[in-house]
Design a protein around this ligand. Structure first.
Ligand code: HEC
Ligand code: HEC
Length: 213
């Protein structure tokens, strides 16, 4: 092999690494999750240890819980975030005194009972739901690990005094939770369906509601 051939090969190898690395940032979580649905409960049957199976199932469900469609409304501070990159809400919104937004500019000023299409703009739709409001501070998920979110969700002191059965009902039938899978034009839903998500939550609880470390 001549020096020149080696140089060409090295350049080619580096170019392909650069291409692979370059593609990374363009594939957002949302795009990823749209391509892959949620795993079924039976996909976890090979994990014999009950606690380990419960944890693995929660990890799978956390692909929904940590999706931007959910955690934009469960932020670390009293400020909702927007989009797949979870940038600060424009205009800046601070729901300090009430989850419904500041007096004079409550969420429902702009967020109607349904998604609303916007024509001829970069913004394709304004998300809407009758109960549009910010999750309470005790339910802040942004910045938490999956294990920490798991602990929060099952803690009645922080989850709105919900029992295990209430959690399955809330995640499986609540309209605001369901909005995430019908987020309006210009927004990608989390993986799977609300039903499949609730089935995972239900199985996680049946196996002891164990939290990943
Ligand atoms: C002045 C109008 C206005 C007010 C008031 C308002 N919003 Fe918004 N909000 C919007 C618009 C417009 C969008 C869509 C922006 C986009 O997709 O780029 C949006 C998007 C969002 C999103 C992002 C959805 C997603 O997943 O991308 C969240 C979360 C949100 N708003 C929460 C709230 C909350 C909570 C309140 C009240 C505390 C509120 N908003 C008040 C106009 C408003
Ligand atoms: C528009 C804002 C908004 C969006 C979007 C949203 N939530 Fe919430 N979430 C809330 C509010 C407000 C509450 C408090 C309601 C209550 O306690 O009755 C809440 C409470 C919860 C709770 C209750 C208990 C707890 O431990 O946190 C769960 C679970 C939950 N949301 C899951 C989800 C999931 C899963 C998604 C996405 C599929 C989602 N939420 C999307 C606003 C939102």
């Amino acid at each position: 092999m001549t020096k020149r051939t080696i140089a060409v090969l090295v350049t080619a190898a580096m170019t392909s690494i650069a291409i692979v690395a370059g593609l990374g940032p363009f594939q957002t979580n949302a795009e990823n999750s749209q391509q892959n649905g949620l795993k079924a409960i039976s996909d976890f049957n090979s994990i014999e240890d009950k606690a380990a199976r419960s944890k693995a199932i929660f990890e799978e469900a956390s692909r929904v819980l940590t999706h931007p469609r959910c955690i934009n409304c469960h932020p670390a501070t009293r400020r909702p975030t927007q989009g797949d990159d979870m940038h600060p809400h424009v205009p800046l919104m601070i729901a300090a005194d009430s989850s419904l937004g500041p007096a004079g500019l409550v969420c429902s000023t702009c967020h109607g009972p349904e998604n609303r299409s916007v024509v001829g703009s970069r913004l394709k739709s304004i998300p809407g739901n009758a109960h549009w409001s910010l999750a309470p501070a005790s339910m802040a998920w942004q910045g938490l690990t999956v294990g920490e979110i798991c602990q929060q969700v099952k803690d009645p002191g922080r989850n709105g005094n919900r029992s295990h059965a209430d959690l399955v009902r809330h995640m499986g039938t609540d309209h605001l939770v369901g909005w995430a899978w019908h987020p309006g034009s210009g927004r990608a839903p989390p993986p799977g369906s609300q039903q499949e998500f609730a089935a995972l939550i239900s199985a996680w609880i049946d196996l002891g509601a164990e939290c990943p470390g």
